[in-house]
Design a protein around this ligand. Structure first.
Ligand code: NDP
Length: 297
């Protein structure tokens, strides 16, 4: 391996430590505790794990954590009523409705019912529009985590060619907007992109968010490029059992890249750290206080 390994686990720990310092300062100086409410509908096992982990880390950084667990058959109207109650609650600065929601619930309607100022996932249509027009917004956590790691590694991203693989609303599109905001020349690739290997070979920065195990081989990577692997895929091991891999073939990419994030231990841990950062930011904005430096886009 020749590439520098970008350690997302360690980076996330430094983000959480910064958040914790700010939280304790807010308590001392303003008697203020940022609060995060997480709403889980149904019993999707992966969602349950995420929600548990979010609650635990929220408490660890000194924030107020509230969890609402609703039955899978909860009517949409009840969910909307809960969101409205949380919108009005002054102790809550961030609201996250865990996706996916059951089929009978219109997820867009629920997300757009969240007060945009408390939308710490950054999925509300107002925040999407603000990000797209380069205005101050709440930024989706996973792309924000990728941006922080890229800024930390490169310093300035200005003028670099960035290719984002994937055009989802939660990763690909906001990631591309953030890179554009930092003056990269951005290409968004997707399943209809022609000659994907050539497109990727032109990139100084590759962000892979496709959901296809080890799809990107090392010979697609420009020597010295930075590879941020968002993918989380579970595959069978030859000896039995399973393991997590990214969208990039780590070993071959690491031979060519200048820097690369591993899976697990790369982008994944940064996502919850950025959720905490967004909650802190939302709290500061709600009270007209200066935003924490280095924790926003
Ligand atoms: P989506 O399924 O919503 O989007 C996948 C994107 O990849 C689509 O735009 C699709 O193109 C594109 N794509 C699919 N196949 C190909 C292909 N063969 N060539 C080029 N592009 C292709 O996924 P998400 O954005 O939600 O997630 C992507 C990955 O990131 C997943 O593995 C997910 O688990 C992971 N993830 C990780 C997070 C973390 O915290 N680390 C958080 C969120 C997601 P098209 O639009 O044309 O169909």
């Amino acid at each position: 391996m020749t590439a520098t390994r970008i350690d997302g686990k360690a980076f996330a720990a430094t983000v959480r430590a910064k958040v914790a310092t700010h939280v304790s300062h807010l308590k001392e100086t303003h008697d203020l505790t940022p609060g995060l409410a997480v709403v889980l509908v149904g019993e999707d096992p992966a969602s349950q794990v995420y929600v548990r982990s979010k609650g635990k880390q929220t408490v660890e950084v000194g924030m107020h954590s509230v969890e609402h667990k609703l039955d899978a058959d909860t009517p949409e109207a009840d969910l909307l009523a809960l969101v409205e109650t949380l919108n009005q609650d002054p102790a809550i600065h961030g609201i996250l409705v865990q996706l996916p929601l059951p089929d009978h619930v219109n997820a867009d309607k629920v997300i757009n019912a969240i007060d945009p100022a408390k939308d710490v996932d950054g999925f509300h249509i107002s925040n999407v529009g603000l990000l797209g027009t380069g205005q101050k917004s709440m930024v989706p956590c996973t792309p924000l985590g990728c941006l922080m790691m890229l800024r930390d590694h490169h310093g300035s991203l200005s003028g670099l060619n960035a290719v984002v693989l994937g055009r989802s609303n939660i990763v690909g599109k906001p990631m591309a907007q953030l890179l554009l905001g930092d003056s990269c020349t951005v290409t968004i690739a997707h399943s209809r992109t022609k000659d994907l290997p050539e497109v990727v070979r032109g990139a100084d920065i590759v962000v892979a968010a496709v959901g296809r195990p080890q799809m990107v081989p090392g010979d697609w990577i420009k020597p010295g490029a930075t590879v941020i692997d968002v993918g989380i895929n579970r595959i069978e091991k030859p000896e039995g059992g399973t393991r997590l891999v990214g969208d990039c073939d780590f070993d071959s990419c690491a031979e060519v890249a200048g820097a690369i994030t591993p899976v697990p231990g790369g982008v994944g841990p940064m996502t919850i750290a950025c959720l905490l950062a967004n909650t802190l930011t939302a709290c500061c904005r709600a009270h007209g206080l200066p935003e924490p430096e280095g924790l926003t886009a």
